[in-house]
Design a protein around this ligand. Structure first.
Ligand code: SAH
Length: 396
């Protein structure tokens, strides 16, 4: 129990009893004690029964639950070590923590690992932490200690929360090393044996899109001998796999110059850069101006909808992008198409791709339905944690 107590309205306790980790502000009847942003609070039902503990924030999601039930554990050093050890053991079982064939993985996927608001990605011997809530931001010292206890050989912890913690909750927050260091040097990691230079200090998110690992492997099966276009390439993950799998040529497109530099660096690490060309350009204008036909096209745009209110426009965007992609595929070619918008379901996304194929006038078959990998697990009690969906289409 904490001295800060959040009491729910009658009937609003059901979702917590089902271990859904969010308490919405509309469900709250009363706040008692020091209920301030980022602090740990006890949540109780209207009859006083303790339902669990969580991090408080004044907003639509008022409490992010850390533990449930009358015996809920407070987030002390032992709590963090147990949570992170549990997460680490899962990745160990997935074969991600071992020998170096893959040494980049997601250690905690927020709600999916029982730590709402906390992302930790591991790059070799460095962990990159991103707190998405004030509570997780304040907990960083304990989290950093637990990380050192749990990950053998960990040499550095980089904190990238300044970009993700709500600004009001952490005025003046700055990215930087919580432990160890390594500024300025190039960091090369391996994913399924493919080398990638990763820049977590200035890169997007934590530096690399780890969530496409399995889908890149699938692409490698189809890439030999094909002419490949990788759009929204960022650091060129799909491009490197295609090159190493024996693609005839690979073209990579991203509007960010820095992303294109990283893609070119990573293509050079494969030693096959003579088969690669990269373009710092808007994908829509690239496709409009290009006369090329490709045998395999990857469409992996950033989230077109971050909120429900933007969903309709996002669906129109997916339709337009996919129609342009389908038009540029040689007969018999393949489209790898993705959406990482959490508010766009797999069904809605498939509908947008269907509309695109109709508009392009090209029959197509679904060969694979894709999602996020196992180190981005989805809690059964929190289906909102599922965000990545993809289709592989054979286009006639
Ligand atoms: N497929 C990548 C991740 C894509 S992230 C991977 O596997 O790592 C989305 C990328 O899209 C970002 O790098 C961003 O710079 C780029 N981007 C966003 N809008 C764009 C546009 N209109 N044209 C080209 N690139 C764009």
């Amino acid at each position: 129990m904490t001295s800060a107590i959040v009491t729910l309205k009658p009937g609003k306790d059901q979702s917590l009893r089902r271990r859904h980790p969010w308490v919405f502000s509309g469900a709250i009847a009363r706040l008692q004690g020091e209920v301030v942003e980022g602090e740990v609070v006890t949540v109780q039902a209207s009859n006083g029964e303790v339902l669990g503990v969580g991090h408080y924030a004044p907003g639509s999601i008022a409490v992010r639950m850390l533990d449930f039930g009358a015996g809920a554990q407070l987030p002390d050093a032992a709590f963090w070590e147990a949570r992170l050890r549990n997460a680490y053991q899962l990745r160990q079982g997935l074969g991600l923590t071992g020998t170096g064939n893959t040494n980049v993985y997601r250690l905690t996927h927020a709600e999916g690992d029982g730590v709402p608001g906390l992302i930790i990605d591991v790059y070799g011997d460095t962990a990159v932490v991103q707190a998405h809530s004030a509570g997780m931001y304040k907990a960083r010292p304990l989290i950093a200690e637990a990380l050192q206890a749990v990950i053998p050989g960990l040499r550095a912890i980089y904190d990238k929360s300044a970009e993700t913690v709500p600004a009001k909750a952490a005025p003046g927050a700055q990215n930087g090393y919580l432990f160890g260091g390594g500024s300025g040097q190039e960091h090369v990691v391996h994913e399924n044996g493919h080398p990638f230079a990763v820049d977590w200090e200035t890169g997007q998110k934590t530096g690399f899109f780890i969530d496409q690992r399995d889908n890149r492997s699938l692409l490698a099966r189809y890439a030999p001998g094909r002419r490949v276009l990788n759009t929204f390439c960022y650091t060129g993950g799909f491009s490197s796999y295609a090159l190493q799998a024996g693609a005839e040529l690979v073209h990579s497109v991203d509007s960010s110059k820095r992303a294109i530099e990283l893609t070119e660096r990573n293509a050079a690490l494969t030693g096959l850069e003579s088969k690669h060309a990269a373009y710092a350009e808007d994908v829509f204008s690239f496709m409009k101006n290009s006369q090329e036909q490709y045998d395999l096209i990857v469409l992996d745009p950033p989230a077109f909808a971050k909120h429900l209110s933007a969903r309709h426009n996002a669906l129109m965007g997916y339709k337009r992008l996919n129609a342009a992609g389908i038009r540029q595929i040689a007969p018999g070619g393949l489209l790898f198409t993705f959406s990482c918008s959490q508010v766009v379901s797999a069904e809605l996304f498939e509908g947008a791709v269907l509309a695109a194929a109709i508009e392009a006038g090209r029959p197509a078959r679904i060969l694979h339905r894709l999602t996020q990998p196992a180190d981005h697990p989805v809690s059964l009690f929190h289906p909102e944690g599922e965000y990545l969906k993809g289709l592989v289409l054979a286009v006639e």
